[in-house]
Design a protein around this ligand. Structure first.
Ligand code: SAH
Length: 241
């Protein structure tokens, strides 16, 4: 990761990644689709956000890399004023349709984190960036954008995949090839991020790292839960002083 300042000069996007998500977009809200794991972890991560940031009602939140809006809508349902940004247009179309159907208002915009941060510095009480950093060419640039978006005293929550032999085995070999929880090619091992790397990048951009938690999948019960084990999926809570 590079200690890049906020820059919108070179788009921090991998077009192949966006195509991958666009191709699956119609299935965002099918809980049995490739997005099943995101539906399964959503109540857990939502509770974790609430545990740190408190009640979400009235809070201004931006969800970076919102996809079809699984997390964004669930936070809006709790009374937060949520903006969701993503660069995959098809996903935003699905997110907007779902919001109309459910009657839970979310403002979805096709903007990159960097562009949005340049226009909205220190505008948000909470920034969420879940399962997204492992899909961008320069994750530190996204972290910098998230740090720019949050108000002093506000929270920034990240989640991503750790990088080690166990995460390779579980997140790629296990999830994509054996259990077929995710389509093959969903994740690239080299884009996985160690918690120490994420924490160091967050600190370089002025965020204090408050908490780190693992999220574990139990193949037998087929359930996720928070765990001390951060070796595969993990969440990081950070706060701007
Ligand atoms: N955060 C959502 C979706 C995670 S999937 C959730 O956890 O439920 C990863 C998302 O990141 C996809 O919607 C994809 O379109 C988006 N994404 C990938 N690269 C991006 C980029 N450069 N800018 C914005 N969004 C991006």
């Amino acid at each position: 990761m590079t200690a890049s300042p906020l820059s919108t000069a070179v788009p921090n996007v991998d077009p192949a990644e966006l195509e991958k998500f666009s191709a699956m977009a119609a299935r965002w809200w099918d809980p049995e689709s490739d997005f099943k794991p995101l539906h399964a972890i959503n109540p857990i991560r939502l509770a974790w956000i609430r545990r740190h940031a408190g009640a979400l009602s009235g809070e201004g939140i931006v969800d970076v890399g919102c996809g079809g809006g699984i997390l964004a809508e669930s936070m809006a349902r709790e009374g937060a004023r949520v903006t969701g940004i993503d660069l995959a247009e098809q996903s935003l179309t699905v997110a907007r349709l779902h919001s109309l159907e459910s009657g839970v208002a979310v403002d979805y915009q096709a903007r990159s984190a960097e562009q949005f941060a340049a226009d909205h510095p220190a505008d948000y009480d909470i920034v969420t960036c879940m399962e997204m950093l492992e899909h961008v060419p320069d994750p530190e640039s996204t972290i910098c954008a998230c740090a720019t978006l949050v108000k002093p005293g506000g929270w920034v929550f990240f989640s991503t995949l750790n990088r080690n032999p166990k995460s390779f085995l579980l997140a790629i070999v296990g999830a994509e090839y054996m259990l077929k929880l995710l389509p093959r090619g969903t994740h690239a091992y080299e884009n996985f991020i160690k918690p120490s790397e994420l924490a160091a990048a967050a600190r370089r951009h002025g965020l204090d790292v408050v908490a780190l938690s693992g999220m574990g999948y139990h193949p037998v019960s087929r359930r996720y839960a928070l765990t001390r084990d951060t070796s595969v999926n993990y969440l990081v809570a950070t706060r701007r002083p």
